[in-house]
Design a protein around this ligand. Structure first.
Ligand code: ADP
Ligand code: TRP
Length: 337
């Protein structure tokens, strides 16, 4: 079983990214052959500062590694290090219906926010499909917002196979029945981690780098403290029971406290008698207990950029071997020497 996923290096990673994506990726490295990459080409649709683009790419790689990704088990690489993805991006684009891209949620959301779209943003799902199909991934762990992109990748893989693979039957994509040929592009499936609800930010909205409400994973210690102490709370009196709805502090405690400790905190929250300040201190402690070891590894990696580069080069080499095999078949199928 091959698992593949990417994170866009378009901002500093926060705990929403961890609980919604990275944690799952790291766990899955034991379930199959895992390919994880830093989507630094996708990031160019929003990051226009070359120094920052490079920095964020390295930071995302260090984040994966410090959170437990083992480069001996999983293949970790930079998207831009495997140029084959750009070739597949183009070839795939020739079978992508324009109408699909026009109804992409991510694109429509950005237009609705008044962002004036460039070609890169419009074509974003095609490159993402190429990312997935290039490595014949079976499963793609993603957040809910990315499901449509995986469905597109499936549709376009079918369309490519129907167009270019003689004997391919879309009802029998693996070509199991007699007389059928398997597709060249394998159909991927999304793996959504249902149990992780949306992680709230310090203001109670969805935690997102675009809302400025994040608690960073590897940010400055003082800033983390400031953010946690500034979590939005209501005016419930110290003695009174605290509401558990629309309470980001409560949700974050539930997420970050060890399972064995949460019930006791939950009970005191519901009983009243403690002020929000105390719970914030508790959350800060839980943050350091949860992420302290990873933060330490992150600092070590930061001091050894050559080692990081070596890991990424090794990953790129392994990814390229896979990519070049698939591209040979794709080129032959479409008639490119
Ligand atoms: P952001 O919203 O900060 O721009 P991204 O869109 O880059 O984050 O998300 C990267 C990954 O992290 C996606 O898989 C997304 O589903 C997950 N993710 C981001 N924010 C949250 C959140 N608040 N709760 C749960 N998962 C999240
Ligand atoms: N679009 C994804 C996100 O924003 C990142 C991504 C790019 C990706 N290519 C991918 C995820 C391929 C999974 C597979 O989260």
């Amino acid at each position: 079983m091959r698992i593949l996923s990417g994170v866009q290096s378009s901002g500093r990673l926060h705990i929403g990214n961890y609980y919604g994506a990275l944690r799952q990726f790291v766990q899955m490295q034991d379930e199959g052959e895992a390919y994880y990459f830093i989507a630094n080409l996708h990031a160019l649709t929003t990051v226009r500062d070359p120094k920052l683009a490079e920095e964020l790419t390295r930071e995302a790689a260090m984040a994966y590694l410090s959170l437990g990704l083992d480069p001996k088990k999983a293949v970790l690489f930079r998207q831009s290090d495997v140029k084959e993805v750009l070739e597949l991006n183009w070839i795939l684009g020739t079978v992508v219906p324009h109408a699909h891209l026009e109804r992409a949620h991510s694109y429509k959301d950005k237009i609705a926010k008044g962002i004036s779209p460039d070609f890169g943003l419009f074509a974003y799902p095609v490159l993402m499909a190429a990312d997935i199909l290039l490595y014949s991934a079976d499963f793609v762990p993603v957040g809910k917002d990315q499901i449509q992109h995986i469905e597109f990748a499936r549709d376009w893989a079918v369309k490519f196979n129907v167009t270019y693979v003689p004997g391919y039957d879309p009802q029998d994509s693996e070509g199991k029945e007699k007389g059928h040929a398997p597709g060249i592009l394998k159909l991927p499936a999304a793996r959504v981690q249902e149990s992780t609800a949306v992680v709230p930010g310090v203001d109670g909205q969805k935690m997102s780098k675009s809302y400025g409400n994040t608690i960073e994973l590897f940010g400055d210690e003082k800033e983390i403290k400031k953010r946690i102490m500034g979590i939005k709370t209501d005016s419930t009196a110290v003695e009174a029971p605290k509401p558990t709805e629309n309470a980001p502090l409560y949700d974050l405690l539930k997420l970050m406290l060890p399972e064995s400790r949460f019930p006791e905190v939950d009970a005191s929250w519901r009983a009243g008698g403690k002020g929000y300040g105390e719970y914030k201190k508790l959350l800060l402690e839980a943050y350091h207990d949860t992420f302290g070891p990873a933060r330490k590894r992150y600092e070590e990696l930061k001091r050894d950029p050559a080692e990081l580069e070596r890991i990424l080069q090794d990953g790129a080499e392994r990814a390229r071997a896979e990519a070049s095999r698939l591209m040979q078949r794709v080129r032959r199928a479409v008639g490119i020497p």
